[in-house]
Structure formats: structure tokens, C-alpha cells
Design a protein around this ligand. Structure first.
Ligand code: TMP
Length: 238
């Protein structure tokens, strides 16, 4: 499959057209940003890890009955995916308090919830991705009620799968962000990535952070953390 013109460049990925109007190629970069692009840096090797980890997990999620955009991995950094229009909602599931939840509600990080929470942010960099609810999403015509209901169902199903999967490699899944897309025929599929950029992953024993918080919070050993997650993921495979 050939890369044609670049359609889009985001903070962590580039997207290229292909000869197939229903397929695009994503190319993962090592660029890292935080706080809506205010903090910038490089995490060497991140693009390769995020590409492989996302594809590994998306294939397992497909097998578990969750439709995804995944088509075929083309190289270490490149993957063919279904062309979708991204639903402009960041869907965040939390199992343990951390990050903006801890800050917003004035609680410490690390509290295990009785049940997972879900929240939506309006995906809009100019506005700083503000938190919104279902009613706001409907008013803004970001999605229909049916689409929102399906997205919630899929997001909790991803959590059920991913929490168990991560536990199997000694990791507590604290929280994560998903994005969904709509294919040409209107089907909702899981899109974007599932990686240490988009999940909080804590070692179950030491509680060491194995995710992008090491970059956001200047904790050091950022590359080591990404490599550790990848090493455990590949160990699980063999
Ligand atoms: P938060 O606690 O900062 O709201 O983040 C919740 C989860 O979402 C966390 O796993 C990191 C992920 N996330 C992204 O993937 N992209 C973003 O732009 C932000 C702010 C968070």
C-alpha cells in the first residue's frame, strides 16, 4: 500500500491518503506534547511503541467484538486504518483517581473506584478540550443519542478488556482516553490509539508510573517506561 498526499498532521501522528478512498495510513511520530501543546519534547522510540501497542490491542479488541479502524500494520511506525471522520469527543474512562479528576474534585490520586467513570471532552484545541456532558454533545450536534449510547457501551467494553489484559502483565489501568470515528457507511468504530500516551498505567506492585505522566510531570526515565510496557506486552504474546 502506497502513501499518497498528507491529509493531516497532528501532535503525535501524520495521516496520508492511499489509492483506496476508504483507507488512510497513519505514521506515528516521536513528538510529545502536553497541556494542549504548551510543553513540547521528544520521546525517542515512542512512535514505534505506540504503533505496535495500539495494533496489538486493537486486534484483541476486534476479536472481543469491538469494531476498530485497524486494517494492517505496514511498518514499525505506519499502519493502514479505515478512513473515518473522528467524532469530536474525547472519551475518558477512569478506574482510579488521578490527573484532572483528582485536581477538579480535590481528592488524592490512587483511590480505587467502586465502578468506572466516564466523561467526555469536546475535542477542540482552541477551546482546550472542555469537559461536556451528553446533552451538550447533542446540542452541539457532535453525535446522535444512538451514537453516544454506542460509544459509551464500547468504551466500557474496552475498559473491561483492557483492565484484565493489563492486570495480566502486572499493570493497574488507572484511566485512558479513547476516540471513535465514523466510516463512510456511518459505522462507529474505535479509532486513534491506545498507548502510554493515552492511558495511565501504574505498576501493580511498586505503583511506578509507566506512561506519559513521566513526561508531563518531568519524572525522568520516560523512554524506559514506554519500553517496559512494550516488553511486558510482547512477553504476554509469546
Ligand atoms: P486527565 O486526567 O488529564 O483528564 O487524563 C485522563 C486520561 O486521558 C489519561 O490517561 C491521559 C489521557 N489524555 C489523553 O490521551 N490526551 C489528552 O489530551 C489528555 C488531557 C489526557
Amino acid at each position: 500500500m502506497q502513501k499518497l498526499e498528507q491529509l493531516y498532521e497532528g501532535k503525535a501522528k501524520k495521516v496520508f491518503a492511499t489509492e483506496d478512498p476508504n483507507v488512510v495510513i497513519v505514521d506515528y511520530k516521536d513528538d510529545a506534547t502536553a497541556f494542549n501543546g504548551v510543553k513540547k519534547g521528544t520521546i525517542t522510540g515512542k512512535g514505534v511503541i505506540n504503533n505496535k501497542m495500539t495494533n496489538h490491542l486493537m486486534q484483541k479488541l476486534e476479536a472481543a467484538g469491538i469494531p476498530t479502524h485497524f486494517v494492517e500494520q505496514l511498518s514499525d511506525r505506519e499502519t493502514a486504518v479505515k478512513k473515518v471522520s473522528i467524532v469530536p469527543l474525547e472519551v475518558i474512562i477512569r478506574n482510579i483517581s488521578a490527573g484532572s479528576f483528582a485536581k477538579r474534585y480535590g481528592v488524592e490520586e490512587g483511590i480505587l473506584f467502586d465502578a468506572p467513570t466516564i466523561e467526555f471532552s469536546y475535542k477542540n484545541d482552541d477551546l482546550g478540550d472542555p469537559l461536556i456532558n451528553d446533552y451538550h454533545a447533542l446540542a452541539l450536534k457532535l453525535a446522535t443519542q444512538e451514537e453516544i449510547d454506542l460509544i459509551k457501551k464500547y468504551a466500557f467494553a474496552v475498559n473491561d478488556f483492557l483492565k484484565t489484559f493489563m492486570k495480566g502483565i502486572g499493570i493497574d489501568l488507572v484511566d485512558f482516553k479513547l476516540e471513535f470515528g465514523k466510516t463512510a457507511d456511518g459505522t462507529i468504530v474505535l479509532a486513534d490509539e491506545i498507548s502510554p500516551d493515552t492511558c495511565r498505567l501504574w505498576d501493580e506492585k511498586t505503583h511506578e508510573k509507566l506512561d506519559k505522566d513521566r513526561f508531563r510531570r518531568d519524572l525522568g526515565n520516560v523512554e524506559d517506561a514506554y519500553e517496559e510496557v512494550m516488553r511486558r506486552l510482547m512477553g504476554e504474546q509469546g
